[in-house]
Write a protein that binds this ligand. Sequence first.
Ligand SMILES: [Zn+2]
Length: 209
Amino acid sequence: MSVSADLTRLIVGLFFGIVLPRVPLLFFTRFLNMERELTPHPDPIPIGVPLIQRLLLMRRIHGMCWLVAILPLSMGILVLNSSPEPFAVGLVAGVAWFILSRIVPLHMGRGFAILPLSLIQEINNLREPQTSCCDQQLLQWEVRTIRCKNCRDVTLILPRPDLGRIRSDGRLIGALRILLMDGHSVFPPNDESIVGQGVELLGKVAEEE
Ligand SMILES: [Zn+2]
């Protein structure tokens, strides 16, 4: 068989290996209408029961991705056991990338899962915060931080992960973004962002002048 045919099968296998484990993430939230209780994307989401419920649901869906990943992985390994089929090599490589993207933590302090329970607990605690920033405290999760809607006081610097809302950039681009980012925010946690530190530094310099 020609090299180009082998290469095509390898790429098709890779595509399936990458997409299949993420099908629950792409389908269950975006293509079923579950937007009732949350604000539309990309508006900030108030810290409340609907948000916590959505976080728990997203956690379950991320878990479901692992279950779905078993099928193409075992199929690929089974085929590879009998013959070096390029499609199976691609399939196994694609699923391996999914596994790697899940087990390598982006932030050491926050656990290994994309939505660790400790994080959901932390946000749940903010429903009844210990300290209040102003008289009409109204915490909401913006793209990069959780802060008060009224006084803009930042409670927690935490980039918002994908919460399964139908994205404002459309289903297709939204789906592509999910495939690339796996539900993570495009923003790194603030303390690790070189750009963020640069902007802060520039701000300080501007203040001093
Ligand atoms: Zn406030």
